[in-house]
Write a protein that binds this ligand. Structure first.
Ligand SMILES: Cc1cc2nc3c(=O)[nH]c(=O)nc-3n(C[C@H](O)[C@H](O)[C@H](O)COP(=O)(O)O)c2cc1C
Length: 216
C-alpha cells in the first residue's frame, strides 16, 4: 500500500510512532526489503556503504531486546526531567512524549518487527572527523528507511536506550561487537490510521544565521 504523499508531506509527517503501532498486523518481508533498498540509496563517506540492517522477528529475541531496552529506559525516564522556560513548546510536549514513550516500553516485545541498523566500525577513540564520517554514513539511511516506511503505511520510532547494553544485544543476535556498531532499536509496524501531522517545533527563523553565527 502506498499513501502517495508528496515528498514534503512524508518529510513533515514522519513522526515517532509509539501508541499507534499496530501490534496485531504482521509485516511482509518484501516491504521491509523495499524500504531498505530505498534506504541504501543514502550517501556514505567515500561511498563505503558500511551498513547492515538486522530485522528481528523471533518472539524470544524480541522479548530479550525489549528487556534490554527497559533496563536502559527505566532509570532514564525516572531521572531528572529536562527543564525549559515557561511557554517553551518542548515543555508543553514533554508529558505527551513521556506517556508515549512509557507505552512503547511496555509493548516493545509485541511489535511485529524490531530493526537494528548497524554501521561497520567502532566510534570509540575516533576524532571528530572520524566520528562525523561514521555517523553521517548511517543516519541518512536510517531516516530514509523511516520515510519509506511512512509512505507504505508503516511507522517506527528512533530509540537508543538499549545501547547501554549493546554488547548483550550483540551476543543475542550474533553480531561481532568489535566490528559493528548498533545505531539504535527501531520498532516497525503498520500504523493505526495514517493521518500524521506536522509537529510543533522551535521557531526556525531563530535557529538560522547567515555569514556570522547568531546573526538574524
Ligand atoms: C537520537 C534519538 C534517540 C531517541 N531515543 C528514543 C528512545 O530511546 N525512546 C523513545 O521512546 N524515543 C526516542 N526518540 C524519539 C524522540 O523522543 C522523538 O523523535 C521526539 O520526541 C520528537 O518527536 P517526533 O519524532 O514525533 O517529531 C529518539 C530520537 C532520536 C532522534
Amino acid at each position: 500500500m502506498y499513501l502517495e504523499l508528496s515528498a514534503d508531506e512524508v518529510l513533515t509527517t514522519t513522526r515517532a510512532v509509539r501508541k499507534r503501532l499496530d501490534l496485531n498486523r504482521p509485516i511482509e518481508r518484501s516491504v521491509l526489503l523495499e524500504c531498505t533498498d530505498i534506504a541504501f540509496q543514502a550517501p556514505t563517506g567515500s561511498n563505503a556503504q558500511g551498513w547492515h540492517f538486522l530485522f528481528v522477528e523471533d518472539p524470544d529475541k524480541k522479548r530479550q531486546l525489549a528487556d534490554l531496552y527497559g533496563q536502559g529506559f527505566d532509570p532514564y525516564v525516572n531521572g531528572p526531567a529536562r527543564e525549559y522556560a515557561p511557554g517553551d513548546i518542548r515543555a508543553q510536549r514533554a508529558e505527551f512524549v513521556r506517556g508515549s514513550a512509557m507505552h512503547l516500553r511496555e509493548v516493545f516485545h509485541e511489535v511485529p518487527v524490531l530493526l537494528i541498523p548497524l554501521m561497520l566500525g567502532r566510534p570509540e577513540g575516533a576524532d571528530s572527523f572520524g566520528q562525523a564520517s561514521m555517523w553521517g554514513s548511517i543516519i541518512p539511511a536510517v531516516w530514509s528507511f523511516m520515510l519509506a516506511a511512512r509512505e507504505r503505511g508503516l511507522g517506527s520510532a528512533w530509540t537508543t536506550l538499549h545501547l547501554p547494553f549493546e554488547r548483550e544485544a550483540a551476543e543475542l543476535l550474533g553480531i561481532d561487537h568489535t566490528l559493528w556498531t548498533q545505531v539504535g532499536l527501531f520498532p516497525v509496524a503498520h500504523t493505526i490510521g495514517t493521518d500524521f501531522q506536522r509537529a510543533p517545533r522551535l521557531d526556525t527563523a531563530e535557529l538560522v544565521s547567515f555569514d556570522t553565527f547568531g546573526s538574524q
